[in-house]
Design a protein around this ligand. Structure first.
Ligand code: GDP
Length: 198
C-alpha cells in the first residue's frame, strides 16, 4: 500500500461513532508524547496529517484516515493514553472503550503500539498487550525516538523489550523507529501491508 495517499476521513468521539466495520484497519496507540502522531506523519510522509502537540494528552478524538479514496483500508489514530491530567474516571472509561474496540471491531487487523525507546512498556502498554493477547490481535511495537540513543544503546533497548515479551512473540513484533531520521519506515510499512492485504 502507498501510505502517502492517506487522507483524513473522519473524527469520532468514541469507537461507537466510527465508520462501518468493513474492510481492514490498523490502529495506532501509545502513551501521550510517545511520538505516535510523528510516526503517522512519517509513515505517510505528511507534515500534519496526525496533529502533533506539545501539550500531551490533548488529542481526544479518534481520527480515521483512508488510503486514497479507498475507505475500506484505514489507519486509525487512537487518543494518547496515560496522561496524568486526565481524570481517573475518564481514563477508566476510555480503557473500557479501547478494550471493547479490540474485542469487537472485526475490521481491526492489528495495533501499532508506539513507545518512547527510553521508556518502554509502561503499565498501560502492558495492559493493552494483555487485551491484544486475549483477542489474539497482532501488535507491532515501534520503539521510537531511537535517534535519542546511541546505536548500541538503542539495540540493547530493543533486545530488552524482545526478551520481556518473548512469551508473546507469535503475536508481537518489535522494531526501532525514528521520525526525526525517518528510520524504520520500510519495516513498519511491510507489517501494515500484511495486515491490510487480508
Ligand atoms: P504523541 O503525543 O504520541 O502523538 O507524540 P508526538 O508525535 O506529538 O511527539 C511528542 C514529542 O516528541 C514532540 O516534541 C516530537 O517532536 C518528539 N518526537 C516524536 N518522534 C520523535 C523522534 O523520532 N525523534 C525525536 N528526536 N523526537 C521525536
Amino acid at each position: 500500500f502507498n501510505y502517502q495517499t492517506a487522507r483524513f476521513m473522519t473524527s469520532a468521539p468514541t469507537l461507537a461513532h466510527c465508520p462501518p466495520d468493513e474492510g481492514a484497519e490498523v490502529a495506532f496507540a501509545g502513551r501521550s508524547n510517545a511520538g505516535k502522531s510523528s510516526a503517522i506523519n512519517t509513515l505517510t510522509r505528511q507534515k500534519a496529517l496526525a496533529r502533533t502537540s506539545r501539550t500531551p494528552g490533548r488529542t481526544q478524538l479518534i481520527n480515521l484516515f483512508s488510503l486514497g479514496d479507498d475507505t475500506t483500508r484505514r489507519l486509525v489514530d487512537l487518543p494518547g493514553y496515560g496522561y496524568a491530567k486526565v481524570p481517573e474516571e475518564v481514563k477508566r472509561e476510555w480503557q473500557r472503550h479501547l478494550a471493547e474496540y479490540l474485542r469487537a471491531r472485526r475490521s481491526l487487523k492489528g495495533v501499532v503500539l508506539v513507545m518512547d525507546v527510553r521508556h518502554p512498556l509502561t503499565e498501560f502498554d502492558q495492559t493493552l498487550l494483555g487485551w491484544a493477547d486475549e483477542q489474539e490481535m497482532p501488535v507491532h511495537i515501534l520503539l521510537t525516538k531511537s535517534d535519542k540513543l546511541k546505536s548500541g544503546a538503542a539495540k540493547s533497548a530493543l533486545q530488552q523489550v524482545r526478551t520481556r515479551l518473548r512469551e508473546w512473540e507469535d503475536l508481537v513484533s518489535i522494531q526501532l523507529f525514528s521520525s526525526l531520521k525517518r528510520e524504520g519506515v520500510d519495516e513498519v510499512s511491510r507489517r501494515l501491508d500484511g495486515w491490510l492485504a487480508g
